[in-house]
Design a binder for this molecule. Structure first.
Ligand SMILES: [Zn+2]
Ligand SMILES: [Zn+2]
Length: 391
């Protein structure tokens, strides 16, 4: 367990109760009405100024101390996933087909813990904007709040987000300056060939064969067209045709997912994909169309907030427990939109290395580690004290 030195240790039991309640009552993106009502009620109870309905189900809590105009935004996500939970503990999901399998129940609880602690004990001069966002999983909640005037109504100098990482030791933190999470891009390739009789392939054009060549060639983008020092992923995840046992298909659809850590890498992947499809289709005299949509941009940490986050974490848990230059992650995060709007930093926090705490995010037997509540909320509290401390 965390030592008593951690500032929010006294709230461990209370945060655990909130977390278990959220876990039992998970809600999908933009449907977080029970969750956001509870968040808003608790923030009011702590004495914060509360604004609801921002980006549909988003909630903002304001804590002002003194008259300084400096301000800091701290963000947690509240949504769950369409997964049926396999865990059997007593606070397991009560809703079939909906589960907190990404730990947003923990993120919400630890930001609430930080709000309670700072409202009672915070000695700073400035404004803390606590941001509880909906629908992270579809990448829609952060842009919805920003479009709804989040930073116009509640301006911040810098903004921070945090995510638990299963398999990373409890009480450890990691981040980096620059790209920290990848962009996610969904692509779809429609191949229009002429099809034909299975016994007379020379009379038509087989869309499966053309599609297969494309699937193979797409794997050369990362292995042969990207600088090996850069990161990217191209995955074809669906291959659907209208063929039958004795009919060569005339139509094939390839769908997939591509990840990139910078817009430049993303442009290379998209351009090479279009070129490969065009070239192979030309060779077989068939037509194809390509759509390539970026649904999550990459999260880019600005250097000053990244430095501040590393400093706060190091003061909290010690230099050996903080990696300030961790490798970037190839998953995606809609905090990217907030870090694009304001100088920001996305922090990774250990969720433990055993049992359900070490299962991959989005697994039906994953669980947030309650021990991380004190580490996460203490990090938030110390970061505020550090950034808005008395000058
Ligand atoms: Zn997730
Ligand atoms: Zn998540």
């Amino acid at each position: 367990m965390p030592t008593e030195k951690l500032p929010t240790q006294h709230l461990q039991e209370e945060m655990t109760a909130w977390r278990h309640d959220f876990h039992t009552h998970p809600e999908l993106g933009f449907d977080e009405s029970r969750t956001s009502t509870k968040v808003a009620d608790l923030l009011r109870e702590f004495g914060l100024e509360v604004h609801t309905g921002i980006g549909r189900t988003g909630v903002v809590g304001i804590l002002q101390r003194g008259n300084d105009t400096r301000s800091i935004g701290l963000r947690a996500d509240m949504d769950a996933l369409p997964i049926t939970e396999q865990n059997t503990f007593d606070y397991r999901s009560s809703r079939k087909g909906v589960m907190h399998a990404c730990g947003h129940d923990g993120h919400t609880s630890m930001l609430l813990g930080a709000a309670k602690h700072l409202s009672q004990n915070g000695e700073f001069n400035g404004r803390v904007v606590f941001i509880f966002q909906p629908n992270e999983e579809h990448g829609l909640g952060a842009p919805a709040m920003i479009e709804d005037g989040l930073f116009k109504r509640f301006d911040v100098d810098e903004v921070y987000g945090m995510h638990n990482i299963p398999g990373m030791e409890i009480g450890t933190f990691a981040t980096r300056s620059g790209p920290i999470t990848a962009s996610e891009n969904l692509f779809e390739i429609e191949i229009e060939a002429s099809g034909g009789h299975a016994a007379l392939p020379h009379m038509g054009v087989d869309a499966i064969m053309v599609g297969s060549e494309i699937v193979g060639a797409l794997q050369t983008i990362v292995s042969r067209k990207l600088n090996p020092g850069l990161n990217g992923v191209v995955s074809v995840t669906e291959f659907v045709t209208n063929g039958m046992r004795n009919v060569l298909p005339g139509h094939a659809t390839l769908k997939g997912d591509a990840r990139a850590l910078t817009p430049e890498i993303n442009q290379v992947i998209e351009a090479r994909m279009r070129q490969i499809v065009k070239g192979i289709c030309l060779a077989h005299e068939v037509n194809a169309s390509v759509t390539y949509d970026t649904i999550f941009p990459p999260t880019i940490n600005a250097s000053a907030p990244a430095k501040a986050a590393v400093e706060a974490a190091t003061n909290l848990v010690g230099v050996s427990q903080v990696d300030g230059e961790c490798p970037p992650k190839l998953f995606s995060e809609d905090f990217a939109h907030m870090a694009h709007a304001k100088p920001g930093c996305y922090m990774l926090m250990g969720n433990g290395t055993s049992g359900s705490n070490s299962r991959p995010l989005h697994s039906d037997d994953y669980d947030f580690n309650d021990e991380a509540l004190t580490y996460g909320s203490s990090f938030w509290a110390d970061l505020v004290q550090q950034q808005l401390g008395q000058q």
